[in-house]
Design a protein around this ligand. Structure first.
Ligand code: F6R
Length: 329
């Protein structure tokens, strides 16, 4: 996993060249909304894209992480099915429903049934390299391809894609410093339950870190966002618990009221949690900052897996669950 994480900047470069070369045909109808179906490591890319294009894309963007699609998916929808393996049953179930609605369909996958179905039905598809052992390590592929689909259908400008390109330099320059800092953070999180807080415009980064802690480090963890958590979860902080460790993911340009909220939160929570960690992003815009924090977080989860002596790649329990469901047909 450490080798896969180290290849993240290289993956982004490869993803950009795949995206540039992809052909996405125009739809016969005007596009009024976007729907992305995808689970786990193949669904999180959509969370990022949704946040990255929020200030530019003028049509609603929704994400489905289950079996059924909403009534809003119709002939005026851009519907993207994202599954690294191409065989995730919830995504396949969503795809079967999408097919019946006359939407503009695009598949993003490395192969499996989804690519077969795209070919069979003549849908546009982008095939990403299939030789990565772990879908969650392929965030760069799914995220960048979704941006290109939106760009090629004139739903966004090239601005966000250019930011992704710039983030490659940032990650390459900062990688060794990030690794050194991430190792120290991991040492403070060892044997604790991490609780991740960030602001609402960066929830995807917190979700990503939570999922990577779950899958790479084999640990439970939770996340919430400010300001919403100030209206509920904050009240739950009443008991001192030694094994809780709070991680704030911060940005120098967070909304100034949210920055104050975090400072006050910290003051309150420090009465109940012994470990409070603040990580500030680097980068010039939301995309660069998010990519920086993603990479930082990925390294934390790798160091945590080393400290726990667990195999960061294996997700046997997910495979077992998929296998058991597969037996039922
Ligand atoms: C495994 C992982 C999982 C998968 C998920 C969906 O590394 O991250 O969260 O991404 O089980 O499978 P795919 O990505 O093949 O659709």
């Amino acid at each position: 996993m450490n080798q896969l994480i180290a290849r993240f900047p290289e993956q982004l470069k490869e993803a950009l060249s795949i995206g540039r070369a992809a052909t996405i045909n125009p739809h016969s109808e005007a596009l009024h909304n976007i729907y992305v179906a995808g689970l786990g490591g193949s669904g999180i890319g959509a969370d990022f894209v949704n946040e990255f294009v929020r200030n530019e894309c003028t049509i609603p963007f929704t994400i489905g992480k289950g079996y059924d699609i909403p009534a809003t998916v119709g002939k005026n929808t851009l519907a993207i099915a994202s599954s690294y393996s191409g065989n995730t049953e919830e995504t396949l179930s969503s795809f079967e429903q999408i097919k019946t609605r006359g939407a503009k369909v695009v598949i993003i996958s490395s192969g499996g049934k989804l690519i077969e179905l795209a070919k069979e039905h003549g849908y546009d598809y982008i095939q990403v390299p299939g030789n990565w052992p772990s879908p969650r390590a392929c965030l760069g592929f799914s995220l960048v391809q979704q941006l290109f689909v939106l760009y090629k259908l004139d739903l966004i400008s090239e601005k966000t894609i250019q930011s992704v390109e710039r983030s490659i330099d940032l990650l390459e320059t900062e990688m060794e410093a990030i690794k050194a800092d991430a190792k120290q953070v991991a040492e403070r999180l060892d044997k604790k339950i991490p609780i991740i807080y960030t602001t609402d415009r960066m929830e995807s980064v917190a979700v990503r870190l939570r999922q990577q802690i779950n899958e790479n480090s084999k640990m439970l963890c939770w996340h919430h966002v400010i300001p919403e958590m100030n209206h509920n979860e904050l009240v739950g902080w009443r008991d001192h618990k030694e094994d809780w460790a709070v991680v704030y993911l911060r940005n120098a340009d967070d909304h100034k009221r949210n920055a104050v909220r975090i400072d006050i939160n910290k003051e309150i929570i420090s009465k109940y949690a012994d470990t409070i960690i603040e990580i500030y992003s680097k980068g010039n815009d939301l995309v660069e900052k998010a990519m920086y924090l993603v990479h930082y977080g990925d390294w934390i989860t790798w160091y945590l897996s080393e400290l726990h002596g667990v195999d960061s790649i294996e997700v046997d329990v997910i495979d077992y669950l998929k296998g058991e469901l597969g037996k039922l047909g």
